[in-house]
Structure formats: structure tokens, C-alpha cells
Design a protein around this ligand. Structure first.
Ligand SMILES: CSCCC(=O)C(=O)COP(=O)(O)O
Ligand SMILES: [Mg+2]
Length: 228
């Protein structure tokens, strides 16, 4: 890799385990979502995202209960809906602040982020989780508060992660040429989209995943093997 000035990393499957998101965060949000919506539906931000969810599903006239059912179904499908992610983030906040869980990060990640920062690289996050959820995730990580490592955060309000236009927008927002940015993810379609926009790519294949014989992107088992 040459001339990397910025690294943009995905979260789930890249800095952190899919199991933590699936087995801790999603069930926490699922259990509390109905009461959260009933309690906070009068708040403009909550109202906005409930309306966006209904719009996305094409059910504008839906009752509150129908929207709750819709959102619970989306949690089960792991649908990367911007509206669902925003609402999940608000619910997770309560869990982090109550000390119910800490966000998982793989053991080598914190040291690597510190080393890259010390080398003058600028670090960013791009995840389907909402930006507030990303900030909470790294603030309450099991490696301590990692938010000082990151210069900025992007979510699907910038655009879907499998569309190259999203990466072009991120490069513009960061103020770096795409070829000077390394995007890290566990999802090959996201990496394909980033490459189409001109970014360099790194494919995190955390064990027990097998590295294909001819991977479409440079493959890494962990952050220690990445030399930007
Ligand atoms: C940081 S919020 C929790 C993760 C989440 O909801 C999610 O969808 C993560 O997707 P990613 O794009 O990081 O693979
Ligand atoms: Mg991922």
C-alpha cells in the first residue's frame, strides 16, 4: 500500500465481533423498543425516525403498533435501515450508560489505532450503525474510550455502504484523494464499492473465516497484519 493518509473502518466484523452486535446489542434494543417508542413518541427526533421508517415501508398511515411490529421485524432481519439504526442507537445509549454492557473490540485494535494515529494517519468510521451509536460504541468499548482516535464518523445518511457514491462523498468530506484512503471492512460488496470510488481496500477475514485462494481484496486476519 502506498501513500495512505486516512483510514476509514467499518465496525461489525472489522473492529468488533458480529456476535456482540447480534447477541447483545440487537436483543437489548428488541426487548426495549416497544416501551421506548411508547414513552418517547412525542419527542421530535423519535417522531421523525418513526415517520421515516413508515415511509421506507410505504405505510405512512400506519398505527404506532404497526410501526413497532415493522421495526421488530427489521431487527430480526438485520435490515440496515437508517431509521431503525437511529432508534436502536437511542435505546443502546441507556444500556451503555447503565453499564449493562461494553462494546466489543478485538484485542489488537486499540493498540493499532493508537499506532496509526502516532504515525499521523487520520482515522474515521463508516458503519450502518448511526453516528450517535458509533460514538457510544467506541466511548464505552471494552478497550476504554477510543473516541479520541477518530476524526469523524459516517453512517448511511451519507449513503448505502454498497454504493460507490457513498465512498466518493466520504473522500470529499475527509478532504483526501480517494487513492490516499484505505477502507477496511468484512463485507466484500462494501469493498467493491469503495474500490470503484478509487479507495484502497482491506478485507478483514477474522478467524474462523477462511481466506479465499484468490481474494478480490487484500485480506487480513487482524489489524496487526495491516501495514498502511
Ligand atoms: C455501531 S452500532 C452497532 C452495529 C450495527 O448496528 C450495525 O449495523 C453495524 O454494521 P457495520 O456497517 O458496522 O457492519
Ligand atoms: Mg461490517
Amino acid at each position: 500500500m502506498t501513500n495512505i493518509r486516512a483510514i476509514v473502518t467499518d465496525i461489525e466484523g472489522t473492529t468488533s465481533s458480529i456476535d456482540f452486535v447480534r447477541d447483545v446489542l440487537f436483543p437489548y434494543a428488541r426487548k426495549r423498543l416497544p416501551a421506548f417508542v411508547e414513552t418517547h413518541a412525542d419527542k421530535p427526533e423519535v417522531q421523525h425516525w418513526l415517520h421515516e421508517a413508515a415511509k421506507e415501508a410505504g405505510i405512512i398511515e400506519a398505527s404506532r403498533q404497526e410501526i413497532i411490529e415493522l421495526l421488530l421485524g427489521w431487527i430480526d432481519q438485520d435490515r440496515k435501515s437508517t431509521a431503525l439504526k437511529a432508534l436502536q442507537g437511542m435505546i443502546w445509549k441507556e444500556g451503555y450508560e447503565a453499564g449493562e454492557y461494553r462494546a466489543h473490540v478485538y484485542p489488537e485494535v486499540s493498540a493499532r489505532l493508537h499506532a496509526w494515529r502516532a504515525d499521523g494517519l487520520h482515522l474515521y468510521v463508516y458503519s450502518s450503525g448511526s453516528v450517535p451509536a458509533q460514538r457510544l460504541f467506541f466511548r464505552y468499548s471494552d478497550a476504554g474510550d477510543l473516541t479520541p482516535m477518530f476524526a469523524g464518523y459516517f453512517d448511511t445518511e451519507t449513503g448505502p455502504k454498497r454504493e460507490s457514491a457513498s465512498y466518493a462523498k466520504i473522500a470529499e468530506a475527509i478532504g483526501e484523494r480517494p487513492e490516499h484512503i484505505l477502507f477496511l471492512s468484512d463485507i466484500v460488496e462494501e469493498l467493491d464499492a469503495a474500490r470503484t470510488a478509487g479507495l484502497q481496500t482491506g478485507w478483514l477475514l477474522r478467524p474462523p473465516q477462511a481466506v479465499p485462494v484468490q481474494p478480490r481484496h487484500r485480506a487480513y486476519l487482524d489489524f496487526d497484519s495491516i501495514e498502511p
